[in-house]
Ligand binder design. Structure first.
Ligand code: SF4
Length: 411
């Protein structure tokens, strides 16, 4: 039962009474409105005996004007404001670390949950393009991650728990708020232009919360983001890609990182469950979904460049074969090494030659600019330094030693 809901009651004769009783949550157990989508908020207002249009009003205050104090929501009656004060709250996750890089990159570490809680991180990367200044926010969906990709700092920390919708949307809320803390309410406007669900965790393994959060991102009463500017990035949870195609229209990115099953099994272990043929077919179905002229013209392919591992010219040729029937844009990502990482970053020349091979074959292929090196902007890197709570660290160290041994024997 939600903390505030209307329940019917029976009289002494066992007959249903026509009136209903409002069960108010205890003051210390307030309902957090931050992560509620519009339908959920409408239901909430109806349940507390109010008109559902209040949902749109409150959403605007929260997500467009960044107001958390109900007393400041001036188009709502004083009576309702007092009621909301009593039973609800608007609460973003607590920021325990923030760092703004010289190149404009911003990074936050949030504490989620009660007590000591757990840590997740969010990175905002600005970049100029032909449409102007883009500010892309990379959002986390889980605390840690169970998928254990061998090049990933988050995977090293193991899985702790899923984030709730308010913890996910709270990252976007806080990033926008960081640009307008000093700005008068009437002049506030949003700063984040793009969102990628590509931070800590596998978003498709926390499906409902991620879906609900993306609906808030697209909602005109909240962030009103274009569906082309919201991207979900997955390592390849195939059944959920099909589900996503039915539920929402957003851009899709695939963390591919290897052009054949043997190598991908090592780098992205979920590949053993959903091998490349299945993954590529799911991407083709996603694009083929009818009625989506712009968002689903292509899939973005992410490929982290690991020195001597996946950056050989043969790998580029294998990519061409693998992707020949999938409309795709390829993004080569220079690896951002972290302490004890078993891999190194491919050389600039190697990356450029890999890009040229793919471009010559007709693919749109870009190289991601490395940003925020001075603030450890690689996914999971900062949290990895702050907290390393599981036995995964020991297993990781073993892997590092093994890989170093292999590289040594290969000369
Ligand atoms: S790359 Fe993504 S899916 Fe793989 S372990 Fe890291 S967070 Fe999880």
């Amino acid at each position: 039962m939600s903390s505030a809901e209307v329940v019917s009651s029976e009289n002494l004769d066992g007959q249903q009474q026509s009136s209903s009783t409002l069960v108010m949550p205890a003051a210390e157990n307030k309902v957090n409105l931050l992560g509620m989508s519009r339908p959920e908020l409408e239901k909430f207002f109806e349940d507390i005996g109010e008109k559902k249009f209040r949902a749109g009003q409150v959403m605007k205050w929260i997500h467009q004007y960044f107001i958390t104090d109900f007393a400041e929501m001036t188009n709502i009656s004083g009576k309702l404001r007092a009621k909301l004060e009593q039973i609800c709250e608007v609460k973003a996750p607590e920021v325990v670390h923030r760092h703004y890089s010289k190149d404009g990159t911003r990074k936050w570490v949030f504490r989620v949950g009660d007590g000591a809680g757990s840590l997740v991180e969010t990175v905002l990367i600005p970049a100029e393009d032909k449409t102007g200044l883009r500010k892309t926010l990379c959002i986390s969906s889980q605390v840690g991650c169970a998928l254990d990709c061998s090049f990933c700092s988050t995977g090293k920390q193991g899985f702790q728990r899923d984030l709730t919708p308010d913890e996910i949307i709270g990252q976007l809320w806080m990033a926008n708020y960081s640009y307008m803390e000093e700005v008068p309410v009437a002049e506030r406007e949003r700063s984040v232009t793009n969102v990628v669900m590509m931070g800590m965790g596998e978003p498709l393994l926390n499906y409902d919360a991620v879906l609900s959060s993306m609906r808030i991102m697209l909602d005109d009463f909240a962030y009103g983001m274009s569906k082309r500017r919201v991207t979900l990035s997955t390592s390849g949870v195939v059944p959920k890609i099909d589900q996503l195609a039915k539920d929402i229209d957003v851009a899709l990115a695939i963390s591919l990182h290897a052009p054949n099953d043997e190598l991908r099994n090592e780098l992205v272990p979920i590949n053993k469950k959903y091998p490349l043929a299945q993954l590529i077919a799911a991407c083709q179905r996603y694009i083929a979904k009818d009625g989506n002229e712009s968002t689903r013209k292509h899939v973005t392919i992410e490929y982290v460049m690991l020195e001597g591992v996946n950056d050989h010219p043969d790998h580029a040729q294998q990519m061409i074969k693998l992707l020949k029937n999938l409309p795709s844009k390829i993004n080569l990502i220079p690896f951002n090494p972290f302490p004890h990482a078993p891999y190194g970053r491919s050389s600039r020349n190697r990356i450029i030659s890999f890009q040229k091979t793919l471009s010559d074959a007709g693919f749109v292929c870009t190289i991601r600019q490395t940003r925020g090196d001075d603030i450890d902007a690689a996914c999971g890197q900062l949290v990895g330094q702050v907290a390393d709570r599981t036995r995964r660290a020991e297993q990781w160290q073993k892997k590092v030693t093994q890989r170093q041994e292999i590289l040594r024997t290969q000369g």
